[in-house]
Each structure stands twice: as C-alpha cells, then as structure tokens.
Design a binder for this molecule. Sequence first.
Ligand code: NAD
Ligand code: DAU
Length: 356
Amino acid sequence: MILVTGGAGFIGANFVLDWLAANDEGIVNLDALTYAGNRANLASLDGDARHHFVHGDICDRALVDRLLAEHRPRAIVHFAAESHVDRSIHGPGDFMRTNVEGTFALLEAARTYWSALEGAEREGFRFLHVSTDEVYGSLGPKDPAFSETTAYAPNSPYSASKAASDHLVRAWHHTYGLPVLTTNCSNNYGPFQFPEKLIPLMIANAIDGRALPVYGDGLNVRDWLYVGDHCAAVRAVLARGRVGEVYNIGGWNEKPNREIVDTICALLDELRPDAAGPHTRLITFVKDRPGHDRRYAIDARKIERELGWRPAETFESGIRKTVTWYLEHLDWVRDVQSGAYRDWMARNYASRETHR
Ligand code: NAD
Ligand code: DAU
C-alpha cells in the first residue's frame, strides 16, 4: 500500500491510474478536492477495492496520522499542491498554506510513523516529494540547463513555496534521517490537465473559437514532458532512487510558447476541418505575467544514468494524443468550466489588455 496526496489532480490522477493499471498494490489517495481536484478523473476506478479515496487536507495532521496508522503504507508520494503560477500572483496565501505548511505537516506525520517502524518496514519506507524545475529560477538563452546542483532562485510565489517545501524535505532527511526522495520536473501536459495551464487552455479556447492569449512576446521557453513519462519517472525514483537524492525530470524538449500554440492550432486545423478558418486567427498577444521566467531547461542525465529513465513520447506524439483526448472528452472540459472557472478567467485575463 502507498499513500498518494493530490491524486485527484492532473499529475496525481494520471499517476494513480497508471499505477493501478500496472500492478496490484493499493493506493490511499488523500485529496482536498480544491478547484483543481476532480473525482471524475478517477471515475474509471469506481468499485476498484485497490483505490481508497479520502477527501481531506494534508494540513490535517490528525487525519494523516490516522491514515498512516490504519493503512501502514510503505511510501508516501506527495503531489498535493497549489500549482498555478498566475493564481499564486493573484493570491499567494493558499500556496503558503498547502505547499509549505501542508508539506511540513506531512513530513512530521511521516517522521512519527517511520520512527515507530522496525526492521525491513523501516528500511524500505520512502517519502517521495514531487517538485518543480521552477525552483531554479530563470535561464538566459545560452545558459546550461538546470542540474540537480543548480542554486535555487525561485521568482514567483508558487516557485518560492515549492522551494520552501523542497528545503523542508531536505532538512527532514539531514536532521532526522527520514528516507526522502525529491523530483524536480519540467512542464507536464496530457489528459486531465485543468484548462488554466497553457496547453489545455489553448485547446479549450480554440475549440470554442475564443481568443488564444499569449503572454508578452510569446518567446518564453519551457521544457515539455508528457504526463505519462513523468509518472514513469516517479515510479522509477520510488523503486530505485537513492535515499536523500534529488532527480531532475525533463523531456529534452525546449520550445517557445508561440511554437506550442502554433502546433496546437495546426493539429486542430487537421482534426476539425469544418472549423471556420485556421485556428491561428485566434492568437492574441496580451500583457505579460509579472516576473515571467524567460526560460526553463532540464538536464535529465542523472535519472537516465542511475535509473535508466528516458521519456518514451516525443512532443509530436504526446501533443497529438493530448489534443485528441480533449476533443474526445468535451464533457469533461464543460464540467470543469464551471462558474468558478469563469470567475478565474475573468480575473486573470480581464486585466491583460491586448498589446499587439
Ligand atoms: P493540480 O493543481 O492539477 O492538482 C493538485 C491536487 O492537489 C488537486 O487534486 C488538489 O485538490 C490537491 N490539493 C491541493 N491542496 C490540497 C491540500 N491542502 N490537501 C490535499 N490535497 C490538496 O497540480 P498538478 O499539475 O497535478 O501538480 C502536481 C504536483 O506536481 C505539484 O506538487 C506540482 O508542484 C508538481 N509539478 C507540476 C508540474 C506541471 O507541469 N503541472 C510540473 C512539475 C511539478
Ligand atoms: O515548470 C514546471 C511548472 O510548469 C509547474 O511546476 C507548474 O505547476 C505548472 O503550472 C507549469 O508552470 P508554468 O507557469 O510554466 O505553466 P503555464 O501553463 O501557466 O504557462 C506556460 C507558459 O505559457 C508560460 O511561459 C506562461 C505562458 N502562458 C500561460 C498561460 C496560462 C501564456 O502565454 N498564456 C496563458 O494564458
């Protein structure tokens, strides 16, 4: 049995589904079902006794203690977080609470639980903390990619909160010996991603014939990884990662945002031949994100060398699968575009007048 936090969100749900498709070990899935958590992502597991869903908060120490005592997991895989940079700019409080205080509560619960284990159970226990490349800050065009020894330089409230959580995890290992693993991954895309992030937002807006809002000059660069590849990397780190180590995970796939949006438009032109005109007609350049990091790139050689992991998808295969998935799951898209989603869209995009 393993305990997964945030397993109703985008990456967590993909992880839970992939895990249970590949093996019979059960999962306790603790998720607060914020706007980003969605039981529908896990609907295919209804009635599956291996999946035990718990609606609750990682900050609730008594609840986490009870789940650990009851289910005696051999590992905690910690995905739960507030994850959207723009939301962290509008309201950083939730990010400090869940990402910093929530990770602290979880670490303390894990430490108490692990300290009482004995023998092989104690030896084998792992706390795997899922984090982001954004903790390393922003790269210039010629800078080398982020490695595991790159100095931390977080620039947004989101990345600062994740950096803080990484430091807590490191300290709980160094000071208390808690057997931790940390992964820092680049931008994921794929099924079940909430349409506030670049790729699903562009797909959902284009399907509806709405503007495709590109921040600034559209030349900010991200490294893109298909979510199934991220999940496989997390499984490899959990199974074979060295305790106390950090593993960077990336797709070897740096692209400027404008190219991502053009690719999505071209795929939609092909897959929706009846749509009026090329989808690129919807592209609109809007006011930039404050403090917008220019470039992220990941050096993923350590995880390949030590654990034999490399991404299986190319960007071309992954983005085609993703666009196809959204077209085939329009009901899912409509469901998540609730009143609260519309409020967010109005708040984030109303203040970004078109600038060219
Ligand atoms: P997401 O926002 O889609 O999902 C987050 C999940 O956590 C949701 O199900 C939400 O309900 C749950 N949650 C939030 N606060 C909680 C709380 N207090 N208690 C319990 N559950 C809570 O996020 P995601 O994109 O799936 O990211 C998952 C993890 O991966 C995060 O830690 C994020 O920092 C990290 N990460 C994401 C990316 C990416 O590109 N999306 C890349 C690298 C790392
Ligand atoms: O790098 C990993 C990180 O990737 C994760 O830790 C975060 O959880 C995840 O949200 C993501 O952060 P980004 O800020 O890079 O992702 P986002 O999808 O918000 O934006 C990607 C790029 O696209 C970024 O340069 C901003 C730009 N963008 C985004 C949106 C939502 C636009 O141009 N227009 C938009 O409407």
